[in-house]
Design a protein around this ligand. Structure first.
Ligand SMILES: Cc1ncc(COP(=O)(O)O)c(C=O)c1O
Length: 379
């Protein structure tokens, strides 16, 4: 059987063995419910609170501002619904390049006439037009601005400092979906002017189905999921203790090894870029992803010139044992194309593939992928 090559680390990552080890007691012996007052319950509760402390420390904030969720999607939905229902925000500004976990709840609520939605302009490289954002905020200062830190398809990076200062200077609220950047880029909440931030465990070698939401203590939101009094009444539902413990451990490892991982992964990306440019004439890179210094180090989004076999490219790579995404993996399987690439007016006849790397990838794997591409795309 062919060896699998996994170049889809923006979709999800493997679970780090040390993370699994940390989770194991909570998947086996320590199975108490964090809401129970007996010893087993207290052990579970204490594990959750220790994890909260760790996450808060890594973000340089207070544990009282960290809430665990089922992932990035729930964190984003909580912010949007919370701003609408608890803070009286009616104008929402986002970009057409956001993940569906932001765009779809906003579009759903707009359709129900619950809110007014504005899309900030972006240029053909996916850069957010901050002058347009400023104009929109001048007209509607008390808006929620939701802009992602790192784009999951293009690897574009937003200047959180700059945007935060702009939004807060106008009196708005600022949310950033940091799902692709947590543990990869430094985030210091004492330095940033940010109200809400979303993260997800499975993007940094933690478990799936667990994430967190930072809510600045100046803001009080009602829960999005109503139920028990868990998460200090912010999120009903028995805590995913093992998941939360795993998320915190994975985050800790990611921060401790951030620079080491970054330089290794950037080396893979640099090598991949050089090899593909040489092997396939006419390839270009979508968004900022081809700019090695100014894009996420783990993402490169390749645009292949028109070719009769383009339609089959992802399928053919899959046959070769190579896992990649065409656009965002979160909507893969639907084959409706990428709203991000559509916004950037990437010509339809080109095939677009997002390759995303982790520390587990090697240059030898890059060589194998380039060989496979050459084979698939040979005339
Ligand atoms: C930028 C971004 N936001 C949100 C999500 C959704 O996160 P989760 O899978 O934890 O719900 C993803 C997942 O691909 C993502 O890349």
């Amino acid at each position: 059987m062919k060896k699998t090559i996994y170049f889809d680390n923006a979709a999800t990552t493997s679970l780090h063995p040390e993370v699994l080890e940390e989770m194991m007691p909570y998947l086996t012996n320590v199975y108490g419910n964090g809401s129970s007052i007996h010893m087993m319950g207290r052990k579970a509760k204490s594990a959750v609170e220790n994890a909260r402390k760790k996450v808060a420390e890594l973000l340089n904030t207070s544990p009282s501002e960290v809430f665990f969720t089922s992932g990035g999607t729930e964190a984003n939905n909580t912010v949007i619904n919370g701003c609408l229902n608890s803070l009286g925000v009616s104008n929402f500004i986002t970009s057409p390049l956001e993940h569906h976990a932001v765009l779809h709840p906003l579009e759903f609520l707009e359709k129900k006439k619950a809110l007014h939605l504005q899309l900030v302009k972006v240029d053909e490289t996916g850069t957010v037009d901050l002058a347009d954002l400023q104009n929109k905020l001048n007209e509607q200062p008390k808006s929620l601005v939701s802009l992602m830190h790192g784009n999951n398809e293009l690897g574009n990076i937003l200047d959180l400092q700059k945007v935060g200062e702009l939004v807060k200077s106008k009196g708005g609220y600022f949310h950033s979906d940091t799902v692709q950047t947590i543990g990869k880029l430094p985030i210091d909440l004492q330095e940033l002017k940010i109200d809400f931030l979303s993260g997800s465990g499975h993007k940094f070698h933690g478990p799936k189905g667990v994430g967190f939401l930072y809510i600045n203590s100046n803001n009080r939101l009602n829960p999005f999921i109503h139920g028990g009094a868990q998460e200090r009444n912010m999120r009903g539902g028995t805590e995913n203790v093992a998941g939360i413990v795993g998320l915190a451990k994975a985050f800790e490892l990611a921060v401790a090894k951030r620079e080491e991982r970054k330089s290794y992964i950037l080396g893979i990306k640099e090598y991949f870029k050089a090899q593909i440019v040489e092997a396939i004439p006419g390839v270009t890179f979508n968004g900022a992803s081809g700019d090695l210094e100014n894009s996420l180090h783990h993402i490169i989004n390749v645009s292949f010139p028109a070719h009769p076999d383009n339609q089959m490219l992802l399928f053919s790579l899959d046959i070769e044992g190579i896992c990649v995404s065409g656009g965002s993996a979160c909507s893969s399987g639907t084959d409706i194309g990428s709203h991000v690439l559509t916004t950037l007016n990437v010509p339809e006849e080109r095939a677009n593939v997002r390759f995303s790397f982790s520390v587990e990838n090697t240059k030898e794997e890059v060589d194998e992928v380039i060989l496979a591409l050459k084979k698939i795309l040979k005339k």
